[in-house]
Ligand binder design. Structure first.
Ligand code: HEM
Ligand SMILES: [Cu+2]
Length: 556
């Protein structure tokens, strides 16, 4: 090991004295990236279930044209909290957890660059989670202004109380921004500074590339979102007028703050999922990733372009035509690096020895749904079409195909793929396949009907609708309930196999990658000796060893 590598190691490389070695450590202020990773993931799933329950109530409401299950105010609170929880409490914490768990292992490091900061960033999540949930209890209930919180709606405060749902919402979102910035500083520093000897940029797994690209977006984008949230908080709580038109403020300015971050945010979500696809396909098709350097670099290209597309959310906000043209063009450009990735995955799977394990099924299902979302995304990027379907269910259909179809399916693929490594146990394949079947059928039944509904003109964010929309809504609701049901085999599988599942070998998939060279679950310090990497990450079918030290171990 070189001196440079040695000095780059964090001070925590010794096992923490007295750290409990059982489930209790997940309830401590642990600085072990693996414990923090699992803490994030489990917390995220807890909120995923809450967000899902709210969605079930909404689909229950929408199964009939009348607003008969909940009234309109409650419905507004439901979609606001559903969207907020799914984005800020589920996807970001989940992906941070995955990155936390995998990145140090994949780059041959013993921990993150700043282990204590890592723990602080995680423990903020339950704190702002509680703040957000508390808004169900305050008079007036949770915020009703949607997860985008546009003023002037978000400045209304009908109860007149200082502590109201919107205020709690803004505090939680601002804290979430700060927590994610801390996480991003840590993850980017770790990847840039702490790679094992020999792990040059073009020997780095695509997942690591993708996580780094996503976290760079957090660094430039989140300050805008957080500033916007804090300014809105001031307008709401102490009567400033940054965005309040009544006092001379500009509500559209808020939209710029918001979307400057919130469009790139979709790439913060989707890039690591692209990373998951890029890891799962080569392993379960037993082939090298096609066009590896292009797939790796396309992540950074997407990061760059993502910073110049936000106005496509404002085509209908009085945006001048020349600006619409510009942002229409930049939005469409993103399909180029995205297409590079999709092409590479298809070429990787093509003619491979495909093993239809649960992670592979989820990755393939996610890819199919992402392709569909890509088509509707390009349609939306075209300003004339977008203005036609703006604020209809077409948009809701599009982003749920992305966010459920690609991101949630990809998240499940990741869980099943790395579950043996994380827990040291195998999951049950049969339950996994049942989970996949219910998810895939449920998601398509739920989200496909939203496209015809949108084209027919059904507006989004409504609790009741014209009876002509009933047919597709019934189908969507049935799909929604199937989706809700699909989480049961998942939870059953994870809990029971974690407790009593078959013991997992160190490398159950015969995969290539540093994380598969350590035991399952990995020891506290990850690597007894930091490996020296001597080849690229996807050498399936070639006999090149990945690392010098591990040749003997890899044989087991
Ligand atoms: C990659 C992951 C993606 C995610 C997570 C995502 C998510 C979303 C969300 C949440 C919205 C709704 C915003 C609102 O509430 O008004 C939206 C709208 C939109 N998306 Fe995407 N999207 C993704 C990819 C794309 C792509 C690849 C394109 C174009 C090539 C695209 C184009 C658009 C456009 C133009 C709108 C605005 C529609 C409107 O007028 O409301 N999206 N997307
Ligand atoms: Cu966007």
């Amino acid at each position: 090991m070189s001196d440079a590598t040695l000095t780059a190691l964090p001070k925590t490389e010794q096992p923490h004295p007295g750290a409990p070695d059982n489930w209790k450590r997940f309830f401590t202020f642990s600085t072990d990236h693996k414990v923090i990773g699992i803490q994030y993931i489990v917390t995220a799933f807890f909120f995923f279930l809450i967000g899902g329950l709210l969605a079930m109530v909404m689909r229950g409401e929408l199964i009939t044209p009348a607003a008969d299950l909940v009234d309109r105010t409650v419905y507004n609170g439901l979609f606001t909290m559903h969207g907020t929880i799914m984005l800020f409490m589920w996807t970001f914490p989940f992906l941070n957890g995955l990155a936390n768990y995998l990145v140090p292992l994949m780059i041959g490091a013993r921990d993150m660059a700043f282990p204590k900061l890592n723990a602080v960033a995680f423990w903020m999540v339950p704190v702002f989670g509680v703040i957000l949930m508390a808004s169900f209890l305050v008079p007036g209930g949770p915020s009703q202004s949607g997860w985008w919180a546009y003023p002037p709606v978000s400045l209304q405060n009908p109860t007149g109380n200082l502590i109201n749902g919107q205020l709690l919402w803004l505090v939680a979102v601002a804290l979430s921004g700060i927590s994610s910035i801390l996480g991003a500083v840590n993850i980017v520093t770790t990847i840039v500074r702490m790679r094992a000897l020999g792990l040059g940029w073009f020997r780095m797994p695509v997942f690591v590339w993708a996580v780094m690209s996503a976290q760079i977006i957090q660094l430039f984008g989140l300050p805008a979102l957080t500033a916007g949230a804090v300014m809105l908080l001031f307008d709401l709580a102490v009567g400033t007028s940054f965005f309040n038109p009544a006092g001379g403020g500009d509500p559209v300015l808020y939209q710029h703050f918001f979307w400057f971050y919130s469009h790139p945010a979709v790439y913060v979500i989707i890039l690591p999922i692209f990373g998951v696809f890029s890891e799962v396909f080569p392993v379960h098709a037993r082939k090298p990733l096609f066009g590896y350097p292009f797939v790796a670099v396309s992540s950074l290209v997407i990061t760059g372009l993502s910073g110049v597309v936000w106005v496509h959310h404002m085509f209908a906000s009085g945006t001048p035509d020349w600006m619409r043209m510009l942002f229409m063009f930049s939005t469409m450009l993103i399909s180029v690096p995205t297409g590079v990735k999709v092409f590479a995955w298809v070429a990787t799977v093509w003619g491979g020895k495909i093993q239809l394990t649960t992670p592979m099924l989820f990755a393939l299902g996610g890819l199919v749904m992402f392709l569909f979302a890509g088509v509707t995304g390009i349609m939306l990027a075209s300003a004339p079409f977008d203005i036609h379907v703006n604020n209809t269910y077409f948009v809701v259909g599009h982003f749920h195909y992305v966010i459920y179809g690609a991101a949630v399916m990809g998240a499940y693929a990741a869980i099943y793929h790395w579950f043996p490594k994380m827990t040291g146990h195998m999951y049950y394949e049969g339950l996994g396949k049942l989970h996949f079947a219910l998810t895939f059928i449920g998601a398509n039944l739920n989200f496909f009907p939203m496209h015809p509904l949108g084209l027919q003109g059904m507006p989004r964010r409504v609790a009741s609708y014209d009876p002509e929309f009933a047919f597709w809504n019934v189908i969507a609701s049935i799909g929604g309930f199937i989706l809700g049901l699909s989480t049961l085999p998942f939870i059953l599988n994870i809990l029971s196999s974690w407790v009593q599942g078959k013991k997992a070998p160190n490398n159950p998939w015969r995969a290539i990658g540093l994380e598969w060279l350590v035991s399952s679950p990995p020891p506290h310090e990850n690597f007894a000796e930091i490996p020296v990497v001597v080849s690229g990450p996807y050498g399936y079918g070639s006999n090149e060893p990945l690392v010098e030290l591990a040749e003997s171990k890899a044989a087991e």
